[in-house]
Design a protein around this ligand. Sequence first.
Ligand SMILES: *Cc1c(COP(=O)(O)O)cnc(C)c1O
Length: 362
Amino acid sequence: MNVMTTIYNFAAGPATMPDSVINQIKEDLPSYANSGMSVMEISHRSALFDGIIDDAKQDLRDLLGIPDNYQVLFFQGGCTLQFTAAPLNLANNYHRIALLDSGHWADRARDEAQRVGTKVDVLASTKADHYTKLPVLKSLTQNTYDYLHITTNNTIEGTAYSELPDTGATELVGDMSSNFLGQQYDMKKFGLVMAGAQKNLGIAGLTIVIVRNDLIGKVKNLPSMIDYDLFAKKNSMFNTPPVFAIYTAGLVLKWLKEQGGVSEMERRNRQKSGLLYDFLDNSQLFTAPVEKAARSLTNVPFITGQPELDTKLIAQAADVGLLNIKGHRSVGGMRASLYNAMPYAGVEKLVDFLNKFEKNNR
Ligand SMILES: *Cc1c(COP(=O)(O)O)cnc(C)c1O
């Protein structure tokens, strides 16, 4: 590839990061804050790191409007470990949770909850529609569940909830991994939010949990590494935290603040995804299979319906610097992930490329 080609990385995660953050990391790498030590080398018990973790927590609170009666916790083990941790911490009354089956990640959450003995009732599923729609909760009048689990944005299938389901007295738990900080939600509506960092907040190795105080500390003798109450008491430093990943997330959060915060990100994500959806909807060759009302702002799957043509397109796109537009193996076709760090110019270049490809392959 020509080294002068501008690269746009449409990967679903790990995903593209803001250029300015990469440059800041480069600058800080040999000596963080004139300490003579790399951030990779500093102690998590140092004043230097205290500043990093406290700023990251406060910036998350500011950006998301997290109320004071919620904890902001940092874990390792990916969002997948939270599929285990959430039921073990929260499903302590009925030992039963409800779930809306919106695709792959909801299914993974169901599976992990069941592995630790939690009963899971799937209240609605759009499996029969190949997850091109979102499951809708009819009513939840009786509170016989410790919580209802939803995936706010379905990374693989390309759907997202813009309105949260009304769960009545039942707590709502949201896996927000792939639209965290990319779309506005009212945090007060959730008992717990979980999100892996490597989609929209930096690099793998860090997972954010935001949880209301009254929901934690009810189960004794949980494994320490997934004990929300213990992590709250230890400021997420029961053991060595992922220092570099927290530092990186901190830089992304500062960048987000400079850009205008989550409302501005949502505006841009609507603009970027709108450009691509408009093109796809008017195309003779491409189809965006997801129902309009359910479409994700951050992950856009599309197909030609001809697997060989898809393969050709993915290769030609890579040749011009449009990387990682191959769809997930379970869905096929293409997928463009348009997280916060993807500039509008990247989507313009993608649409321009798809337009030319369509003309050349009629
Ligand atoms: C990527 C993803 C996960 C899994 O995250 P890991 O950090 O790999 O465990 C869970 N849920 C959603 C919605 C995701 O996009």
